[in-house]
Design a protein around this ligand. Sequence first.
Ligand code: ADP
Ligand code: MG
Length: 718
Amino acid sequence: MSSNVDISSVAKNWRLDGLQYPSPSDVVNEVFASDVLTMEELRQRLSKPVWKSLVATIDRGATLDAAIADTVAMAMKTWAMERGATHYTHWFQPLTGLTAEKHESFVTPTSDGSAISQFSGKELIQGEPDASSFPSGGLRATFEARGYTAWDPTSPAFIMRHSNGATLCIPTAFASWTGEALDNKTPLLRSMEGLNAAAKNALQLFGETESQRVISTVGAEQEYFLIDEEFHYRRPDLVMCGRTLFGAQPPKGQELEDHYFGSIPDRILTYMTDAEHQLYALGIPIKTRHNEVAPGQFEVAPIFEQSNIAADHQQLVMQVLRNTARKYGLVCLMHEKPFAGVNGSGKHVNWSMSTDTGNNLLEPGDTPQDNMQFLFFCAAIIRALDLHQDLVRTTVASASNDHRLGANEAPPAIMSMFLGDQLTEIFERIVSGKGGSSKKAGLLGLGTEVLPKLPQHAGDRNRTSPFAFTGNKFEFRAVGSSQSVSFAITVLNLIAAESIDAMSAMIAARMKKKQSFESALTDVIKEVYKKHSRIIFNGDGYSDDWHSEATKRGLLNLATSVSAIESLVSKKNTELFASHGVLSARELEARQEVMFDQYFKTVNIEGETTEWIAQTQILPAVLRHLREVSSMASVSSAIQETSQELVQATDELIAALKQLRQQNAELGGETVHEKSHHMLNNVVPAMNKVRVAADTLERITAHDHWPLPSYRELLFVK
Ligand code: ADP
Ligand code: MG
């Protein structure tokens, strides 16, 4: 029996009749952050002394006094219940890369048959989810199996709504009883501290003492696919793995370039408006939306925020996009490569550093003084990326992202930096010491004039670089669409901190020898640029020439996630994480363990699903078709030939399937490391062979026998 869907019935599902969606008259200003318990809102609900003591404890990072915690909890509960919340949850980010929540009701039944609402300070501050099933990479031996969640007062509580209710979500960190981080948030917060210390110290060298804090800022652009749910549930590969494991190329792909920035179909736009409306209520500043390159592919981007808040918000963006799609009969695919042959999805993480006074440290300024500061921080990032290519690569390592990085699309796995011709030239001039009209050059003897305004617009864009300077920030484009951005940001903060510290120390050492600050600064920028400029590449990152050039330059090309994950716990990296207090050696090892674990499990599930579908759906369908054709083989020699072609392709499928079954039956060893290698070296190739054979058959088998909706249907029925 074919499970082809009647396309006309699918098309009918695309009607919006009867849907409740936000009306344009809901003014964004009124909606924005209406479901967020902002500090201001909280202040209004607390007495002055309680508020003061709350702020003091937040600033000192200390635990709240129990009596005060009770009062704060009461205020939070009241606020949440006024908005229809019946439950609360500690909301955290375990190492799965997703978010986790366990809802508790505010309401407790009493012995007299009524009920009272309760939420104590203790429940606010600390939770104890039954956490033994979250990955810990061995950090949590069974005797200490319980992890605990701890309130993160730096990220505001918010309300998540569903069709008939609402839940108060309290952002928390998640740790083991021995104090080790079991989540993605704790190291991110620690890395922000490290960056703050390093950058503030450097700013003092420049005589900047005004700002109290330096934060990293992040704006993450999210790409995703939308497909009709009728098709989705007829594709076990999409349901199990989030990507198609089979599918012949349709006659038309993305080559006409008719989708990118095209007008957005009404149903999709209504969906986007609905999702954005919910995101506004959560205080998430969504700014842009458009069609992406592949058919059925879209993108949203927010305005940037402080990076830990941006990381929380990014998780919510994914969650709301996924949940809302279902209301419209759609499924939102966040996988990095749901369809072979058309572009995959990424997440461009725009990253910069800013003072609390709003001064973007990667913004070239108008005065020589500002510019030197800019060049200092920019050089620090050049140095950081060159020294830590391996680490930056590892932050985006996953089985699903392997289909983008190192494959022939998206940024390559070589972590080079695009700086743009103008800025590159300015650095080159500093190094050569020649720069234009050196006499009147006010720029601290550098021989360069005040930096020209660097172009920030499309003309200067290089879309093939994994790490591009885009005028006043870096855009890290290798991040996968389904990934948590937390680890990537953690590492960017960490390597920036290390590099800024190192350069500040180099300057300080020179000044000790009586060199002036200006001349020490110039020397250090020169030295750093000379040593690390090999990481800069302004050309086409997809070209073969670049790959051989990069090899000549000695740049790393960790083409597979397995090789990247391997490099995570090198001596250099272990020391780096430990010295900046971001992750201890044990915590780092645990992360590597979890990454391998996730890699091998992901591929293992794909291998099993490929076998299952090929064996129980595709092969039987092909055999039915073959029976029909071969029963008529005597009619003509052409039909005889057709039948033989089918027989041959079917034999190939059966042979490939046999190999895959053998590989699936093994795990390759005891450790997650060995298992990952088995998946990479044996299961992935065997899976690919089955797919090639099946895709060939899809093109010669009767459509009404084929058991899976085709790419033609998945991607083009709108
Ligand atoms: P572009 O023209 O370079 O695409 P946009 O202003 O549209 O610039 O920004 C693209 C993304 O970069 C947005 O998500 C935006 O919030 C983010 N972004 C802009 N400035 C910064 C910054 N200083 N730090 C982090 N992200 C930023
Ligand atoms: Mg972009």
